[in-house]
Write a protein that binds this ligand. Structure first.
Ligand code: URA
Length: 316
């Protein structure tokens, strides 16, 4: 019986390994456990153990780069403040089973920047999804500080992003920028990227957006994996259900997941609502939920939080 998620994951892994080979990686290391798992028969959805709510992604393990000399955001990792942390228990997240030794060891800032520039060039020339490549105006790679401890991941570029070649510049993007500023940061001090680097095409329609398909997301994911491996953020904020689906392969539903820390290849991930949802639903209660998620992110990063900030969007 075909197992689509497995096949897509396998395809993404093979493509990623091919890309590594193109970039001079000759050997990959796998843990004995990974090899044992790879030797097992394919598990179907129904046979997946209880609690493994998410499909794991292939892992590229990169030792930490040398710390930047002037970190843009002070981000120690203090113990979380219970009052601001989501009260629900953390869901079990499947850990990656395949560890690939990457050559990007102990990168200096300059090496990291060069590696990201190379990755960007490859992404800009990408034609793996020919239907998207012919329809796009620009590849929307990512923007911001690649040394930042904070990374936002969205779904896919919309029309505005496609025109400008930059993620989150339309109405939802302007709201995201405001959220970042309300956290006491600037947009250029964080890194922003999407699961999909091309705008999902809408043939025959003059306007409108569509959700990326699982196959498009799996095809594009290696670029995001390389971005996260280079940036090594301390926290990823996943904006909306599709971002979660792109990262973890499957989503339980953003209403259930938001506010609860997940783990993506050792990096804490805070799922929250997509800013486009907040534009559609202007209720104070929903804004407060996103804001509580951002307060939890700030806590995790050790960012200062003022009294005024703590009280935003609380009912008077
Ligand atoms: N929505 C997204 O998810 N990403 C963008 O870049 C713009 C809108």
């Amino acid at each position: 019986m075909p197992n689509r998620p497995f096949d897509e994951l396998l395809d993404a892994t093979i493509r990623h390994l091919e890309e590594l080979r193109e970039h001079g990686v000759k050997y990959v290391a796998a843990t004995p456990q990974s090899l044992a798992e790879l030797g097992q028969p394919v598990r179907t959805q129904a046979a997946r153990p209880a609690g493994a709510a998410f499909v794991s992604r292939p892992s590229v393990a990169v030792p930490p780069p040398t710390p930047p000399s002037t970190p843009p955001i002070q981000a120690p990792n203090p113990p979380p403040v219970p009052a601001l942390m989501p009260k629900k228990t953390e869901p079990v997240v499947a850990q990656p089973s395949l560890a690939i030794a990457s050559p990007k060891k102990n990168l200096t800032r300059a090496e990291k920047e060069a590696a990201m520039a190379g990755l960007r060039q490859r992404a800009l020339a990408c034609r793996k999804c020919e239907h998207l490549a012919v329809a796009r105006k620009n590849v929307v790679f990512g923007v911001g500080d690649i040394h930042s401890p904070l990374m936002f991941v969205g779904e896919a570029p919309g029309a505005d992003e496609d025109v400008q070649g930059e993620p989150f510049v339309g109405k939802a993007g302007q709201l995201l920028t405001k959220i970042i500023q309300t956290m006491g940061l600037d947009r250029d001090r964080v890194y922003i990227a999407n699961i999909l680097k091309c705008r999902p095409d809408t043939p025959g329609q003059a306007s409108g957006n569509r959700k990326p398909t699982p196959s498009e997301m799996a095809t594009c994911l290696p670029y995001l994996l390389e971005q996260t491996d280079l940036i090594r953020p301390q926290v990823i904020v996943a904006l909306g259900a599709t971002a979660i689906e792109g990262l973890f392969g499957k989503s339980e539903g953003i209403t259930r997941l938001r506010g609860r820390w997940l783990t993506f290849r050792d990096t804490p991930v805070m799922p929250t609502y997509h800013p486009a949802y907040l534009l559609r639903n202007q209720s104070l209660a929903e804004k407060r939920k996103v804001w509580e998620d951002m307060l939890a992110v700030m806590e995790k990063l050790g960012l200062p939080i003022g009294e005024k900030q703590r009280g935003y969007f609380l009912k008077a």
